[in-house]
Design a protein around this ligand. Structure first.
Ligand code: GUN
Length: 297
């Protein structure tokens, strides 16, 4: 990295730590007030190693803030019917305030049907069509965790986002599309770039806010970034560098020194995702018990 690297590193890890501390205080206060403990159920189907690591981290952090964690590990050959039965039980269980089915699911399962079988008011991933629709129409929604974390960091860095040009690279249901909706709700002028977009570098250069979520190591080069832009790198790519395993983002970080600010990988967006999952679980708990619900955004 050269000495001209002037971009501020956005400390997602520190931000997430502070958010989790506040959530732990809220959990404690809510337990005293209601006599109830908020609970999160996580369902993992199959043995995907990366998913196993994520689910383990969610379980530990849920317990660490004082909430109940219910992890259901099901075999890879679990039938659609058996999974639907479990979701029906979790929907009906008052001790379970949030439900998350870890993705990707094994190929024989229908992901959309599974997600849409979750009670939308317990859908802490915000993937249910009702929550996607609520977000798109400006109604109270449970919002997908990764884009919610990105938005919190953007607002912390920039304050009012109104009128800014935002470019989201990637159009996934998990990150790209909800990120674009959140930025639109903040009155940004939003473009979404994807694999069929013509001249992605030129579009990126128009961005005051550039959010990249494509899963391609260091795809976004330094000269795609407008001087003074704020860059959010959602990518977590495992790579070999000079024979050593490492993790890089979707942005060539060392070339981004002329940005105003950028999230590093690791230590940027990643830690915010689980913190926002816990925040969504508390939001769901409050709504289910008609307690006042400050908007997490
Ligand atoms: N797999 C990768 N990211 C996510 C996520 O945010 N939620 C779920 N349920 N699965 C994922």
């Amino acid at each position: 990295m050269n000495t001209l690297f002037q971009a501020e590193r956005i400390d997602g890890k520190g931000f997430a730590t502070r958010l989790v501390e506040r959530l732990a205080d809220d959990v404690s206060m809510l337990k005293t007030k209601t006599g109830l403990t908020p609970g999160l159920a996580v369902v993992l189907v199959g043995e995907d190693p990366a998913s196993g690591v994520y689910v383990g981290a969610k379980h530990r952090q849920t317990q660490a803030v004082g909430m109940e964690s219910y992890v259901h590990r099901l075999p890879a050959q679990t039938s659609q019917e058996a999974l639907m039965t479990l979701l029906g039980q979790l929907n009906a269980d008052p001790a379970v305030n949030g439900i998350l089915v870890q993705l990707p699911l094994p190929a024989h399962l229908d992901t959309h049907s599974v997600i849409n079988a979750i009670d939308p008011n317990k859908d802490v991933d915000g993937f249910h069509i009702l929550n996607a629709g609520r977000l798109a129409t400006g109604q109270d929604a449970l919002v997908p965790c990764t884009p919610l974390g990105c938005l919190m960091m953007l607002k912390d860095r920039l304050g009012d986002l109104s009128g800014l040009n935002a470019v989201v690279v990637g159009k996934s249901n998990i990150v790209g599309k909800p990120m674009a909706q959140l930025l639109l709700a903040e009155n940004c002028t939003v473009s979404i770039a994807h694999s069929k977009t013509r001249n992605v570098p030129e579009l990126c250069r128009t961005a005051d806010i550039l959010v990249v979520a494509v899963g391609r190591p260091e795809m976004v080069k330094g000269d795609w970034i407008k001087p003074g832009a704020v860059v959010i790198d959602v990518g977590i790519n495992r790579v070999q560098r000079e024979g050593q395993p490492g993790i890089v983002g979707d942005v060539a970080f060392a070339e981004a020194g002329h940005a105003a600010a950028i999230t590093p990988v690791p230590g940027g967006v990643g830690p915010m995702t689980i913190a926002c999952l816990l925040a969504n679980t508390l939001t769901a708990f409050r709504r289910q018990h008609n307690l006042n619900t400050p908007t997490a955004r």
